[in-house]
Design a protein around this ligand. Structure first.
Ligand SMILES: Nc1ncnc2c1ncn2[C@@H]1O[C@H](COP(=O)(O)OP(=O)(O)OP(=O)(O)O)[C@@H](O)[C@H]1O
Ligand SMILES: [Mg+2]
Length: 391
């Protein structure tokens, strides 16, 4: 079983590459499901098919597509919690629709897409699931959420759970003396599912997060933050796709500077994401869509590889906290104590390494915990740079 998640900045090509990956997986006889929660129904646009809805529909032999409708999902499975909270509001004279709107916790929608995945994995219905995540800096938090809520929930379960805890805040407004038992039961089930989901997400043999960037500063910086968060959350990132690269022989001088600029950005991305598996994808002469074109793209980017392979499975960098000390460990092969330099700029750490072709700089976003800490010392051994922060 494999779960492959694509993320990246808006418009970088998450949907089309999710679709290309899914087609190639199906062509290699892996029974595959592609899931999107984009309300714009982009799977239909990419595959040029209609009727992708809340149940898997067949797109090709071995390939199914599903569009999660989070509101429907919530109403069907967690209606008990929702109606309980909504009923408290509406009893206070609030319009019913509005009550439901308020009862939805922020971030719920993404969480329910993930719970849908848990269900398919539990029932072992597919060999591979490809998830086209929405563009959002927050997207990774949703992947972390199951672990967080699962952990807290477990601790609280004996007393009160997360959602009934939320409901409890409104208890003074309610005419119920107690939280109804069905609300608590739904919540216990939910916590169990979140626990399983978090185990799936941090298992590098099951889950791979793949980053899509374009050769530009904005999307590369966005992906670097995603990589840092993924490392912190313990989610394995194995592939970076650099998409929308202009071929160097474009017969139009208008693009000359773009081509030069892109080639610098491609180098930068390769340095930043070393040693992940890097795929370069060209900017096609027309919009990338439709099954045949997506399949050709999959052949071009994966070549003879099976996209379900785990292309890389080790942390690029990690933060280890012990008491008031936080240590950043970064893999930096070919580096020795004389050819690198480290500087801190606010919440970023700039690491400058002298390589064969000049200096390469990697800027690593620091976790919030370092704000009150000082950079204490920097050591290097066996190709690993160790930076210690202290309170
Ligand atoms: N390599 C490419 N060559 C040509 N067109 C491309 C390429 N990659 C993506 N596109 C086109 O760019 C547009 C955006 O792609 P896509 O919808 O996959 O991005 P996305 O990251 O999913 O966007 P969103 O953040 O809105 O979900 C689409 O029209 C797609 O066909
Ligand atoms: Mg998309």
């Amino acid at each position: 079983m494999r779960l492959i998640i694509y993320t990246g900045k808006g418009g970088t090509g998450k949907t089309v590459n999710s679709c290309s990956t899914a087609i190639k997986l199906a062509d290699l006889n892996h029974k595959t499901l592609i899931i999107s929660s984009d309300p714009a129904h982009t799977l239909e646009d990419a595959f040029v098919v209609s009727a992708v809805g809340n149940k898997p529909i067949k797109v090709l032999d071995g390939l199914y597509a599903l569009q999660v409708d989070p509101v429907l999902e919530l109403a069907e499975n967690y209606g008990a919690i929702l109606s309980y909270v909504a009923s408290i509001f509406s009893r206070r004279g609030l319009d019913e629709t509005l009550s439901y709107e308020i009862a939805m916790l922020p971030g719920m929608t993404q969480l329910f897409s993930l719970l849908r995945i848990e269900e398919f994995i539990r029932h072992d219905k597919f060999d591979c699931i490809v998830l086209d995540m929405p563009a959002s800096g927050e997207a990774l938090r949703y992947l972390y959420f199951p672990k967080l809520v699962g952990n807290i929930g477990e601790k609280l379960l004996g007393f009160t759970g997360v959602f009934s805890g939320f409901a409890k805040m409104f208890q003074p407004f309610s005419s119920f003396a107690q939280i109804p038992p069905d609300v608590i039961q739904v919540e216990i089930n939910l916590l169990k599912r979140l626990e399983l989901l978090s185990k799936i997400i941090i298992d590098p043999k099951i889950t791979s997060l793949r980053l899509i960037v374009n050769p530009d500063t904005f999307s590369i910086e966005n992906a670097k933050r995603a990589l840092m968060s993924a490392n912190l959350y313990g989610i394995n990132v194995d592939v970076v796709i650099i998409n929308k690269i202009f071929p160097s022989d474009v017969p139009n001088s208008y693009f000359t500077r773009w081509i030069e600029y892109q080639s610098r950005k491609i180098q930068e991305a390769k340095t930043s994401f070393y040693p992940l598996h890097i795929i370069e994808e060209r900017f096609y002469e027309k919009e990338l869509k439709g099954i045949e074109m997506l399949r050709e793209n999959a052949e071009a980017i994966f070549d003879n590889e099976d996209p379900s392979r785990v292309f890389y499975s080790d942390k690029v960098f990690e933060f280890v906290k012990s008491g008031s000390t936080l240590i950043l460990r970064l893999k930096a092969p070919f580096t020795n104590k004389d050819n690198f330099e480290i500087n801190r700029y606010g919440d970023n750490l700039a690491i400058k390494v002298l390589g064969a072709t000049g200096y390469i700089v990697n800027v690593i976003p620091l976790p919030v915990a370092t704000i009150t800490m000082k950079l204490f010392e920097v050591k290097i051994h066996d190709g690993i740079i160790e930076v210690t922060f202290k309170e």
